[in-house]
Write a protein that binds this ligand. Structure first.
Ligand SMILES: [Zn+2]
Ligand SMILES: [Zn+2]
Length: 89
């Protein structure tokens, strides 16, 4: 019986298990989001931010990336005064 090999296999199995769990958690995040709540830019993350004053919604990562080179709303071109975090429903 080669216990060293067995140990490596156990570590590998644990690693795979953790990876699977992460995937499940990712899916859970997106499944709970209905389609109209998805960010209209990336269609992947939930819209969790609102632009003021125009009230367009999108995800924080997209608006932060966008604001790095453009201070206007990507949808209506209105100047962004601030970004408000939307509370999860
Ligand atoms: Zn987005
Ligand atoms: Zn807008």
């Amino acid at each position: 019986m080669n216990t060293g090999e067995q140990q490596i296999m156990d570590q590998f199995t644990m690693m795979m298990f953790e990876m699977e769990n992460e995937c499940i958690n990712d899916k859970k995040d997106t499944v709970e989001v209905s389609e109209e709540d998805l960010c209209p830019i990336c269609f992947y993350r939930a819209s969790n931010c609102q632009i003021e004053p125009c009230e367009h919604v999108l995800c924080k990562i997209c608006i932060q990336t966008h604001l790095q080179n453009n201070k206007r709303c990507p949808f209506c071109n209105m100047e962004v005064e601030k970004i408000v975090d939307l509370k999860p429903k």
